[in-house]
Design a protein around this ligand. Sequence first.
Ligand code: HSE
Length: 441
Amino acid sequence: MGQERGRVALGIAGVGTVGRGVLELLLVQKETLSKKAGVALEIVRVVDRDAEQKLSGLSNLGGLDVSSNLEDLLKPDVDIVIELIGGTQAAKDLIFGSLEKKKSVVTANKALLSSLGREIFELAQKQGVGLGLEASVGGGIPLIEVIRNNLVANRLDGLYGILNGTSNFILEAMTQKRIPFEQALAEAGAKGYAEADPTLDISGKDTAHKLCVLLGVALDFWPGLGAVYTEGIERVAELDIAYGADLGMVIKLLAIVKRVGRSIECRVHPVMVPERHLLAHVNGAFNALYLDLSCTGPLLFFGQGAGRYPTASAVVADTVAIAGGLARGVYALRPPGSLDGEPSLTSVPMEEIETEYYLRYMVSDVPGMVGKIATALGNHGVSISQVIQKERNEGGERVPVVLLTHKTKERCLKAALKEIYSLGDVLGEPPQVIRIERFAS
Ligand code: HSE
């Protein structure tokens, strides 16, 4: 193996945005990174369908082997496989194949980890090899290793994450410039923030993938995407942003975890956040993770959650840490669950969560409408804290009616909305429903 020859041999799969950044950093900083690792780091192979073209412009490639066959990374001369191809099937084969052959793995693949993280951890532990996931959540922000190492004295009580830069950029552009969703999405695309398929970003799915990785790492709880209630930002309208501002709130797409005994609330959806809260000030394509922990109290991490060099920074850090451990023969992968995971954790069904709500109906401006809505809410035990109807239109066009509720169970709210729906078309399109979060600390 490489380390017996006084070096650790690296193989890289994928020379896209992040892969190219990793290559550059490992080549340009070869000497200093080797010094930091305590062992010579050498890239022996790069695999990409389009490698020749993607490697153009890179100097000091040395004797690097270039291939388009992922299986070449399973050859005995590679110690650490750096998986940056994304997607699921080929990446899955590569990661499991590498671990089976006792190679350490560094990956940024949040989609794969969200569904197979537990199995990947178990196999890496069984094989006694390294596993680096830092780049899978929050790009350049050190989150995974901090959770796994520096916070082990804590129990996780709450987690609130802005984990998708594209969505955050869109919501902020809508807020600052008062532009519609489609225009803000186009701006995000032009700036290169969005995934190849931007529906992953705006549907909340990318955030849910990252939430699943965090749940796995922190609590050894692997609910899978299906158990994480996920709602995107597609329906957030300029009107809601404007009402939010009047109410002293900002709309953010949040990943939320709350521990309720042995049950875990885990969900992703737009949230109205008080303007005074730190998360309300995370702007542009930045990410942030706010943790509520038993010893430290609240902690906030902030930085660039995507992009070539921020994400490459995380990949390189994992690679250097694992290489150093391998070379010294002391690498041992600690199990997940650093923030007090318990084997019997279950997720709270969405119907059972309790929160405050912002509701916006577009109603015909006829007497009694607000009363009918309020009565239906009351019939299901949903208590109203505020009603706003600013506009008047006797000409027949619909006007917004906004209601805020006190804390209520989602199940009761849904039942009330169903009753309101049965009142007929004087209520127009389905209401806008945005949950409000006031934070425990
Ligand atoms: N498209 C993602 C984002 C970046 O907008 O945050 C990588 O996860």
